[in-house]
Design a protein around this ligand. Structure first.
Ligand SMILES: C[S@@+](CC[C@H](N)C(=O)[O-])C[C@H]1O[C@@H](n2cnc3c(N)ncnc32)[C@H](O)[C@@H]1O
Length: 205
């Protein structure tokens, strides 16, 4: 798929990730990041303007897509904390155990091929008591929406760089032995329900 996956998909996803309802979601979760922070699947850096830079000491972003990192440059340049980009996959994070106070993950667990392996790695790099802050779209609680998600998912995944509509986000996080705290959920306004069911909150290692 070369050109489509390397050039078209990152730009398509960047547009989708910059819509007003999604930017509102970022405002709710990104300021919760504290201390040494790792961002999973940083993409084009849409979260960067929302960090509370007084509370963040350092930031590492990991993503396998170098095109996205290039798209992130203007936002990265405006950030007030040291930022390191690691070209790599969440399933095999090339960083030391227990290094981070916070791992931030927004709209990435849908796309990471092996979500379970990624969550194990996130656990490993978090300090004991460290927090996973998440905001993801996923499997809807309404049976009719979930049926459509399942039907459309194979085509959706093929066209949108591996994004899955129907991952059971909170179950995946709990199954990775995180203690999920309070979390919120809703269908984002102005977004088709199959892609708009969002869940966000924090989980402790
Ligand atoms: C829908 S985009 C979201 C980007 C960003 N997290 C945001 O909130 O705007 C999904 C991101 O996950 C990244 N991704 C795909 N596979 C990955 C993997 N195995 N490990 C880490 N990130 C991955 C993609 O390159 C892409 O940047």
């Amino acid at each position: 798929m070369g050109f489509y996956s390397d050039v078209v998909v990152p730009r398509l996803v960047t547009c989708a990730c910059g819509t007003k309802p999604i930017l509102k979601q970022r405002q709710k979760v990104v300021p919760l990041a504290r201390g040494a922070v790792l961002e999973i699947g940083m993409g084009a850096g849409h979260n960067l303007p929302y960090y509370d830079t007084d509370s963040v000491s350092s930031l590492v972003g990991i993503d396998p897509c170098r095109t996205s990192w290039r798209l992130a440059q203007p936002r990265a340049a405006a950030l007030g904390v040291p930022l390191e980009f690691v070209e790599g996959s969440a399933e095999s994070i090339p960083l030391a155990d227990a290094r981070f106070d916070t791992v931030l993950m927004t709209y990435s667990l849908c796309t990471i091929p092996d979500a379970e392996a990624a969550l194990e790695e996130i656990r490993r790099v978090l300090k004991p008591g460290g927090q996973l802050v998440f905001c993801e779209h996923g499997e809807a609680p309404d049976a009719s929406v979930a049926r459509w998600q399942k039907r459309i998912n194979p085509t959706w995944r093929r066209l949108l760089g591996g994004c899955n509509l129907n991952r059971p986000i909170v179950d995946l996080i709990r199954n990775a032995r995180f203690e999920v705290g309070q979390f919120d959920q809703m269908y984002l306004p102005g977004t088709p329900r199959i892609a708009g069911y969002n869940v966000w909150g924090t989980a402790q290692r």
